[in-house]
Design a protein around this ligand. Sequence first.
Ligand code: SF4
Length: 235
Amino acid sequence: MYNPVSLSEKVESIVTSGNLRKYYRFRATRFYGGIATADTVGCNLRCKFCWSGNSVWNAKNTGDFYTPEQVAETLKRIAEEKGYNQVRVSGGEPTIGRKHLIELLGHIDKKFLFILETNGILLGLDKTYVKELSRFRNLHVRVCLKGCTPEEFSWLTGAEKNGFEYQLKALEYLRDENLSFNIALVSTKKDKQNLFNKLIEMGLGKIFIEIEEIKLYPAVKKRLKREEMLKYFQG
Ligand code: SF4
């Protein structure tokens, strides 16, 4: 069992240096109908179903450091070549390295919608981070909830249960700052009503929820099997 906030600090010391941040890949993808994507290195969770491989599990030996300008220029070039109007940061956890992310957003051409894919832990930890993000009106945040309850969060990620509270706090802060956001949900529970009730209580009953499909790549399958969790992901 680990504490995701302590892990964030540890990972940050590996994947950032000043305003530089590690990335391992830049690509055009078909998600969201076509989007230029920068994949970061390093995460503050260790989800049992994670497909990211070395970028999460071996951050030290993966990727290279880039400035915010370099990342913004590369995303712009890919988007323009492909005729996309959206860019995103994906891969590991992009909110690790606040200085880099805020500067990166400042360099993104306003004609692009920037989609921030996050587990929300660091946003729920510090409201001022969300406030800072709210300056960027071409931003959409996609918060991926790991489970419907603190217990399921812990089971799926191996992290302490309090991480789930930070995820929910992130939603609250995003709502308060009037940011555009939605939820992606990973859960093996058939009955998700607990979570839906909680969201209604929080005034988020109308928020768009995507159910995230877990791809059983060989490495993911192997890990889930080792953890005796595979059967829960096989439908
Ligand atoms: S939050 Fe995402 S990148 Fe991080 S371990 Fe979980 S699935 Fe992987």
